[in-house]
Design a protein around this ligand. Structure first.
Ligand code: MRU
Length: 348
């Protein structure tokens, strides 16, 4: 599998996910603005992946600051963080990466601007390495939840492409398959941008994992027919009470799963939690342009001037979530207590 994102000399290379699986093309970022564009226009997408891209983007931004005066450097750096945080609003990972960089810049105030620039770049590389490691641990921690011969349903793409590598929901699927479990995955196509059919199907097929793509609205029918044993999705932001934002359509899957007595699991690294938010009501939901709804593969299908509404995420209330799988272990209800435990070293 091609890497999602990498440094090459002084540029950040992203595999352009808008073109997958037909074409494997790099989107080259030479400036922070290139990274912001790549995130906003979804050349890179998936919460942990855009967090890593944001970290690398801050490194590119810091390189472009010409002063060696710490106060001036910090002022320009903070201005760039403000722009980066607006690239896409729902995933907390962007803010998490940017805030980690600000912390580093603050801590290194006496070490000189060149050393700080170096450290910011190194930190962005560490973010990538740690994310892959976290996903492997999510995979191990979720393994016991997947019975042999399970039919698993997943939504959108929470795989290697949505992260530094390996994936969260797909990390568990990879771990189960790697452990010899005979699993089969139903992949929601995930309208309107088809991350399921284009990216999840592509990734899992590359690994030789048996899959079947379904249209999003077939999920309920399959559940009722007892053809799905569990649902695993990723998350873009999880509030303190366990309410979890993810790709639009996730909420209805969770409700259908509960109705049909099927476990619904969320897989996410600690960087996707927002313990400052008491519940999901405060999660900003990105609304994207109507053209994504009325077009298919770049071609307009709907009538001219038709009105369309395109919320990109929804929030699944904690009552529908059977467990949350993180790199630090399995979280079970009551989530406020188990999520507080994840952040026990931080005052929340
Ligand atoms: O709009 P996208 O493609 O960025 O949405 C991605 C998702 O909803 C993923 O499920 C989520 O970011 C988790 S990725 C590990």
């Amino acid at each position: 599998m091609v890497p999602t994102i990498k440094w090459e000399k002084d540029s950040v290379y992203l595999i352009d996910q808008r073109k997958l699986p037909r074409t494997q093309e790099w989107f080259v970022c030479r400036s922070i603005d290139d990274v912001i564009t790549a995130i906003r226009d979804m050349a890179i997408r998936g919460a942990p992946a855009i967090g890593i891209a944001a970290g690398m983007g801050m490194a590119l931004g810091s390189q472009s600051v010409t002063t060696d005066d710490y106060t001036v450097f910090r002022k320009e750096f903070l201005e760039m963080t403000r722009r980066m945080k607006t690239a896409r609003p729902t995933a907390i990972n962007v803010a998490w990466a940017v805030d980690s960089m600000v912390k580093l810049v603050n801590e290194m105030r006496n070490q000189g601007v060149p050393a700080i620039k170096e450290a910011v770049r190194r930190e962005s590389e560490i973010m990538l390495e740690r994310d892959i490691e976290a996903n492997r641990n999510i995979g191990k921690n979720g393994l016991s939840l997947v019975p042999d011969r399970a039919n698993i349903l997943t939504h959108c793409n929470a795989g290697a492409l949505a992260t530094g590598g390996y994936g969260t929901a797909l990390g568990i699927i990879r771990a189960a398959f790697g452990a010899g479990k005979q699993i089969h995955v139903y992949v929601d196509e995930t309208r309107p941008l088809l991350q399921g059919m284009r990216l999840t199907a592509f990734e899992l097929m590359e690994d030789g994992i048996p899959i079947t793509v379904i249209v999003d609205c077939a999920a309920g029918y399959l559940m009722k027919k007892k053809r799905i044993d569990l649902v695993i999705t990723g998350a873009d932001r999880i509030a303190l009470n366990g309410d979890a934002a993810n790709k639009i359509g996730t909420y209805q899957l969770a409700v259908l799963a509960k109705e049909n007595k099927i476990p619904f699991y969320v897989a996410a690294p600690v960087s996707s939690f927002d313990p400052d938010l008491k519940n999901g009501d405060g999660i900003p939901i990105e609304e994207r342009g109507p053209e994504e709804v009325v077009s298919f593969s770049g071609q307009q299908i709907g009538p001219d001037h038709v009105s369309a509404y395109n919320p990109a995420f929804d929030v699944t209330p904690y009552q529908y979530v059977s467990a949350i799988i993180t790199e630090k272990g399995l979280l079970t209800p009551p989530y406020t207590r188990s999520i507080r435990g994840l952040f026990k070293d931080q005052k929340i």
